[in-house]
Design a protein around this ligand. Structure first.
Ligand code: FAD
Length: 456
């Protein structure tokens, strides 16, 4: 194991690509993840710009007795840092980006560190889009490896099922291509099977023939939360697959950089997409609109606009979070949530969110993959912003309190993409699929050299 005083193993990696060791002037900036609350201190940070550089670093790390951890943005860094990175080379992949769209076959080839914004922008001129999530700056690789919940999800399923091929640098530094005919077991595993099968340096994904979408958000002052939550629960209980929305009860500090409609306010917000014509979409939203939102941006928009409706933070943000999968949302569950985040509650959370699951997300995908579907009716996600280290412990307590309060309605399963901290990863998979994933990892990485935030 290397320590701050023994940099020799990591120093052997010098010359393969941009490299930062502890004590180097660039080390702190290079190791800082998107979630800036996470203090990850690896043995070295490598920033490869080519697939060849990735393979060279992985080989050199193996020779030096070090492990490697691929990281595209660091949105999911907390569970990685928890594992201790003293003998780990962090492979930050933000320079390994690029998108090529094949409009005829409706696919995109994406380099390993590419973020969704780049994919959506490249697909849009062809009248296409992708099963992206709510945030433009989440990377395609980490998102797909964790399943991928999109506002198109209840209609088109988990995003990981849109993966049709990949290029992976495995633990011994070999570049392996996988598709339906070549190394199909690896393709199966990459469809939602987590990040320690190798360094994903290229992905090919199916695109959706969607040029425009009825999407947006409805916003009320928090006093309306009880009525809005009850109406949303009713709308979503038996909703058609075309409707995928989220409801958040949010609190914003008074900050000049926030728009006035958010700054210093407590709000309830419903947002998402409706894959219907305008009249049918409006009919689905009518019970919510009847509650007279103060803002209503739902309208037909270019598909690329969907990346903006959830108002995810535009820049790296320090935060802690917790999540659960709910089987349903009855009156008692609504009351339990309102008791903690409703108008009469004092809360330190930035938001408590419910995302619709079900629909195509709950049905087995038409392609074979490690994560073919998700159980449950709603995803519960609670987040606290932690601008200073002292805010972390109370933030963790506040997020866990919400998850605990909804425990009577929660299933045992977890959603890797929303698991900030270490969780029982096996609980997210069918037992046979979990064993098959383990066998694939044993074959590709017998020495356990590739480290992921959620280990298989
Ligand atoms: C603001 C915000 C909004 C979000 N919205 C959604 C959403 O709508 N739907 C959803 O499903 N999720 C969402 N997420 C969760 C997000 O999908 C996960 O955090 C995901 O892991 C991020 O992937 P990343 O590559 O950007 O992050 P990273 O932290 O870089 O990666 C997470 C893990 O993925 C693996 N990994 C990443 N890149 C590679 C690679 N190239 N090769 C091999 N392994 C790799 C590693 O194991 C890594 O530890 C959101 C997160 C945030 C912070």
């Amino acid at each position: 194991m290397s320590t701050a005083t023994d940099l020799r193993p990591a120093a052997a990696l010098r010359g393969r690509c941009e490299l930062h060791l502890p004590g180097d002037p660039g080390y702190d900036a290079a190791r800082t993840p998107w979630n800036v609350a996470v203090d990850q201190r690896p043995a070295a940070v490598a920033v490869p710009r080519t697939v060849e550089e990735v393979a060279a670093v992985v080989r050199a790390a193996a020779t030096a007795g070090l492990r490697v951890a691929p990281q595209s943005t660091g949105h999911g860094a907390a569970a990685l840092a928890e594992q201790g990175l003293d003998d780990v080379v962090l492979l930050r992949l933000h320079e390994l980006t690029g998108v090529e769209v094949d409009p005829e076959h409706r696919t995109a080839r994406v380099a390993g560190g590419t973020q969704w914004a780049e994919v959506v922008a490249a697909a849009a001129p062809h009248g296409l889009t992708a099963l992206h999530g709510s945030a433009p700056d989440v990377a395609v690789a980490g998102y797909l490896l964790g399943g991928g919940l999109s506002f198109y999800g209840r209609c088109h399923g988990l995003a990981c099922s849109s993966l049709v091929a990949a290029d992976v640098v495995t633990a011994d530094g070999t570049l392996v291509h996988t598709d339906a005919d070549t190394e199909p077991e690896l393709l199966w595993a990459l469809r939602g099977g987590g990040g320690n099968l190798g360094v994903v340096v290229g992905l090919e994904i199916e695109l959706l023939p969607i040029a425009d979408v009825y999407a947006g958000m409805l916003l009320w002052e928090v006093g309306h939360a009880p009525a809005v939550l009850r109406a949303w629960a009713e709308v979503t209980r038996d909703a058609p697959d075309s409707l995928t929305t989220s409801l958040r009860v949010m609190s914003f500090p008074p900050l000049p950089q926030l728009p006035p409609f958010l700054s210093g306010r407590r709000l309830v917000v419903v947002d998402g997409a409706v894959l219907e014509d305008d009249d049918a979409a409006a009919a689905l939203l009518a019970p919510l609109r009847a509650l007279e939102p103060e803002m209503d941006t739902f309208a037909r928009m270019p598909a690329a606009g969907l990346l903006g409706v959830h108002m995810d933070p535009p820049a790296p943000t320090p935060a802690v979070s917790d999540h659960a999968v709910l089987g349903g949302l009855d009156e008692e569950a609504i009351e339990a949530l309102l008791a903690l985040v409703g108008p009469d509650a004092e809360t330190s959370l930035m938001f408590a969110e419910l995302r619709q699951l079900g629909g195509a997300l709950a049905r087995p995908a038409t392609v074979d993959g490690a994560l073919p579907s998700l159980p449950g009716a709603y995803l519960l996600f609670a987040l606290a912003v932690t601008p200073v280290p002292e805010a972390v412990a109370p933030g963790l307590a506040a997020t866990s309190e919400v998850v605990r309060a909804l425990a009577p309605w929660s299933l045992a399963s977890r959603v890797l993409n929303f698991a900030d901290r270490r969780v029982d990863v096996a609980g997210g998979y069918d037992g046979e699929d979990w064993a098959r994933l383990g066998a694939t990892r044993d074959r590709l990485d017998p020495d356990r050299r590739v480290v992921a935030n959620h280990p298989v």
